[in-house]
Design a protein around this ligand. Structure first.
Ligand SMILES: [Zn+2]
Ligand SMILES: [Zn+2]
Ligand SMILES: [Zn+2]
Ligand SMILES: [Zn+2]
Ligand SMILES: [Zn+2]
Ligand SMILES: [Zn+2]
Length: 510
């Protein structure tokens, strides 16, 4: 809470200074951008905050786990709990999996009364073990007589032949993740099959397969772990504090630890989820149909209006009608206003005779227009990000060319790639501000938010333009430092704006 408070009030100050810098320099031209030391005052404070909220690198509050680390960690957790409770690792594994890896809750419940819990979770059986001391037994699964040395049973004493055990456990694994907590193969027996029994009866392929399910249950069950949603990525993140945080995976994906989706800062998870669902939902289609089609009076088929003209011909029954008043087209003509106007409709409207269908359509139309307004901007930034990523290679070539012309180190031409990267970062943020803005209620916060959004749009477009300057312009040292400065100021503004939105732009919210 302390960090948020600092971030919040600092943001407002910084916001004013950035706006000041940006606006002044608009008039004065970019040669007048502040030098490093002028910006020092607030840069320092920002650096302090950034140091407190590390998001990447070794100081980040989370770790990225490769598949090999996961198994190691899973084993460690299991043996830790085994040691604490004084039980075997395979018992500890069953208990942890049943408790969705909630270690503290498990320990608490276990200490309260291990006996009933062990029975409830299938570590122990609730009755005396079935005993059979004869040398030859009839396997209850396949009804073959087998030597008792070729049969096997768990603690419950339910014997069956080894072949049947192999078949049963293999089948369990083939069926999928239920094999994580599979029960004894005897009808109604609740005892859970321990890991070592699987290892004993399964072939290597099935052992590996089950391990994958075990790891999955470990990652998905643990509140402090999350898979990276990046395509084909097998890494997971561990964040013991839990809650919302942007994770930077080694595969380059950024994702939200809370909802496990691709990062959606600054929009909260709830809005981002709603927005995604909306983007491909049936409801949206329905709204579109309501806003853009009308039912034919004769046959009731929905007709889409796709041109400006009001003369509609039903493609089903060929009924001709007017889009506006829905009257038969034969009553229309130059007297009613021609093809693009309908006096009958205007008269009816003037008398307040608006049909229910029209009211619904109007409402749908407004809602749809609002959504499209935000969605188009969201989508444009998304496309621009993809495009900009493709141009990174060209940018690299340009930098080398520039270095050849100007001499100096590769560091001297880094400003160009930094500019492009900043443009990408800004668009990433801008993209999700349209989801945020769509759901944000009208008020002072929205007013402040939209001003910042507009500013960032402006800076981003300008930086984008600068970054695409032809090489002849880039040779100029003034241009070079202009791009450098503009990149830095824009980047600071972006960072501050993002943190500001997340912590609240008004005092009530912050
Ligand atoms: Zn059998
Ligand atoms: Zn059993
Ligand atoms: Zn990843
Ligand atoms: Zn989220
Ligand atoms: Zn019709
Ligand atoms: Zn009409």
């Amino acid at each position: 809470a302390r960090i948020e408070a600092i971030g919040h009030c600092l943001f407002l100050n910084a916001k004013m200074s950035v706006s000041g810098i940006m606006e002044d320099s608009d008039d004065a031209g970019w040669d007048d951008l502040p030098e490093d030391d002028e910006m020092e005052t607030w840069n320092h404070d920002i650096d302090d905050i950034e140091a407190q909220i590390p998001r990447t690198g070794k100081d980040a509050p989370y770790t990225i786990m490769a598949p090999a680390d996961m198994q190691k960690k899973e084993r460690e957790r299991i043996s830790d709990v085994a040691e604490i409770l004084g039980i075997s690792p395979s018992e500890s594994a069953i208990l942890l999996r049943s408790f969705q890896w909630n270690q503290s809750e498990l320990i608490e419940r276990y200490v309260e009364g291990p006996g009933p819990l062990r029975i409830e979770l299938g570590v122990d059986c609730d009755s005396e073990p079935a005993s059979n001391s004869s040398r030859i037994i009839e396997c209850p699964q396949c009804y073959e007589d087998v030597d008792s040395s070729a049969s096997f049973h768990l603690q419950c004493g339910h014997q069956s032949c080894e072949r049947c055990w192999t078949d049963y456990l293999t089948e369990c694994v083939d069926q999928g993740s239920a094999s994580v907590l599979a029960r004894c193969n005897y009808y109604r027996c609740k005892l859970i099959v321990p890991d070592e029994v699987f290892e004993r009866f399964l072939d290597d392929h099935h052992i590996q397969r089950r391990r994958k399910f075990l790891i999955r249950s470990y990652i998905e069950g643990s509140k402090s772990l999350a898979w990276c949603p990046g395509a084909g990525c097998e890494f997971a993140a561990e964040y013991t504090q839990g809650g919302p945080l942007e994770i930077h995976c080694q595969c380059g994906t950024r994702f939200c630890f809370k909802c496990h989706e691709i990062s959606h800062r600054p929009a909260p998870c709830e809005w981002a989820t709603k927005w995604r669902v909306k983007g491909n939902s049936e409801a949206e289609n329905a709204t579109w149909i309501l806003a853009n089609t009308k039912a034919c009076l004769k046959c009731n088929v929905q007709i889409e209006k796709n041109q400006g003209c009001n003369h509609m011909i039903c493609r089903n029954c060929k009924h001709e009608f007017c889009w506006l008043c829905k009257g038969a087209w034969k009553d229309h003509g130059s007297a009613t206003g021609g093809y693009y106007k309908c006096n009958l409709y205007e008269e009816a409207q003037a008398k307040g005779q608006v049909t229910e269908e029209e009211k619904v359509a109007d409402k749908a139309k407004n809602e749809l227009q609002k959504y499209l307004h935000y969605f188009q901007r969201f989508d444009n930034h998304d496309k621009a990000i993809k495009y900009a990523k493709k141009t990174l290679k060209e940018c690299d070539d340009k930098m080398r060319e520039l270095q050849d012309i100007k001499g100096g180190g590769f560091n001297d031409v880094q400003f160009l790639i930094n500019a492009v990267k900043t443009v990408i970062e800004c668009r990433r943020l801008l993209k999700w501000t349209y989801c945020f803005g769509y759901y944000l209620e009208t008020g002072i916060e929205k007013y402040l938010f939209e001003r910042l959004q507009q500013d960032l749009e402006k800076y981003t477009e300008h930086l984008h333009e600068l970054s695409e300057k032809p090489i002849e312009d880039l040779i100029n040292d003034v241009m070079r430092s202009e791009i450098n400065n503009y990149t830095r100021v824009t980047e600071r503004f972006r960072e501050q704006m993002m943190n500001g939105i997340e912590t609240g732009l008004t005092d009530e919210a912050g």
